[in-house]
Write a protein that binds this ligand. Structure first.
Ligand code: GAP
Length: 430
């Protein structure tokens, strides 16, 4: 884990939040490579679950919503962590995350458990009183339920259908550490899939398969995932049945990666009652009127990133020298190709290499590097997980070809500049 954290900082994937002021626990910023990795994951998710299906609608709801949403959804009363505090070192812990009656840090005595709502509060307008409270959403899901009728009215979908959304969610987490596994603000990619009650088990199983298929297709080994069913006392206030997809993270083994919940008709029914607006569905063929039931696959972006980073990290021994290489699947790699002039002080080489760089750039995210020697540049691009490095050398000036080096095999091939784009397209999209 330390190796991944340090590589992420060194290569510009993930930086600690507010670092120059000593940081802010459980916050992180994505650097240039982290943004690209996150973007590639999100685009792959959107393609599989929205673009490639004809039963799915996209949505981008607000982070701030009327606070009545969170009363109706049950979050102000039911979304709670139960905490204890150490009387000696004053650290706080979630009761469900400690095994003993003593402080896990210093062995001190713990207080009686207290309830705590981990939603961030803010105020709308200049007056800070109970009537101006607004919450930063702790899940993206509620914007979907609140817009359910809007989508019905605009598109008249037939059941089963889903609404998908990705965006920031916020939780006042008190458990610290484990890098981006648990953040105060994080991104969720969520689907509410509306079905008839009798079909819930069928669609639950279907979504289990879909979730697994997408995640494994990012280049993850099957042995590193497993499903775990929530026990009765562990279920969220809105769920009748939940299973977590767990991933074997490099700290502490199998932990929750994603959740799949059967939210029955809890949310639509409650929002109907509390808002006074009818959120039921009418089947136009049978005239049946009912509240659809819901299967909710919920994905966390940061946990996906951490799993992908762990999965990609590799150390190889190359004739006694250690090579660190991030073996991302090409579609996820932040930079697809790096372009180097063999030497940085030869204007002819620079000019030619710039031309090659400009050929690639409109098609793939490419990076220019003319610092240090070629060995150092390969070293940096291996750590960034760049699948191809393209070098312009003196032969290029005569033969109009370049050396293309493959990240995984480290093999080098001469490719004509005229064929370079097709070559990369085939390798990267294949
Ligand atoms: N709408 C359902 C829901 O929010 P959840 O299990 O509380 O369910 C879903 O959260 C997913 O969001 C988790 O499986 C995880 O991937 C991600 N997640 C939750 N809290 C997180 C946090 N503090 N930091 C990073 N990711 C988090």
């Amino acid at each position: 884990m330390e190796k991944i954290v340090s590589l992420c900082k060194r290569r510009g994937f993930i930086y600690p939040g507010s670092e120059i002021y000593g940081g802010l626990a459980n916050t992180f910023d994505f650097g240039p490579l982290g943004v690209e990795l996150a973007h590639n994951i999100k685009m792959s998710w959107w393609k599989k679950f929205v673009q490639d299906r004809d039963d799915m609608y996209g949505l981008d709801g607000g982070i701030l919503m009327n606070s009545r949403v969170w009363e109706a959804s049950g979050h102000t009363k039911g979304f709670i962590d139960v905490l204890v505090e150490c009387k000696k070192c004053h650290k706080r812990f979630r009761v469900d995350q400690i095994n003993s009656k003593k402080c896990p840090e210093c062995g001190g005595e713990l207080t009686e458990p207290k309830k705590f709502v981990p939603m961030f509060k803010t105020f709308i307008g200049p007056v800070e009183d109970s009537s101006s409270i607004a919450y930063l959403r702790p899940e993206t899901a509620q914007a979907i339920f609140v817009n359910f009728k809007n989508i019905l009215d605009s598109f008249h979908p037939e059941i089963p259908f889903g609404i998908a959304q990705m965006g920031k969610a916020f939780r006042n987490e008190i458990t610290l550490g484990n890098f981006i596994f648990r953040k105060l603000e994080f991104e969720q990619m969520e689907i509410e899939y509306f079905i008839r009650e009798k079909d819930w088990e069928k669609y639950f199983e279907e979504w289990k398969k879909e979730m697994e298929e997408w995640f494994l297709d990012l280049g993850v080994k099957k042995k590193n995932i497993r499903w775990r069913e929530h026990k009765k006392g562990e279920l969220a206030h809105y769920s009748k049945h939940t299973e977590d997809m767990e991933y074997s993270f490099p700290f502490g083994g199998f932990r929750e990666l994603y959740g799949l919940a059967y939210r029955y008709d809890y949310d639509l029914k409650n929002h109907s009652e509390k808002s006074g607006k009818d959120l039921s569905y009418i089947d136009l063929k049978t005239n049946e009127k009912f509240f659809p039931h819901v299967i909710e696959p919920s994905f966390g972006l940061e946990r996906t990133m951490l799993a992908i980073l762990s999965e990609a990290y590799d150390e190889e021994d190359i004739k006694g020298t250690k090579r660190v290489v991030m073996k991302f699947k090409p579609s996820l790699a932040p930079i697809k190709a790096a372009v180097f002039p063999l030497l940085a002080n030869k204007p002819d080489l620079i000019k030619k290499a710039r031309k090659v760089y400009e050929i690639i750039r409109p098609h793939f995210l490419a990076m220019w590097d003319d610092r240090g020697n070629i060995g150092k540049r390969y070293y940096a691009q291996d750590e960034a997980g760049t699948p191809y490095c393209v070098t312009v050398d003196f032969d290029t000036l005569e033969k109009d070809d370049v050396t293309v080096r493959d990240r995984d095999s480290m093999k080098q091939e001469r490719i004509k500049i005229d064929n370079l784009l097709d070559y990369l397209k085939e390798k990267l999209n294949g």
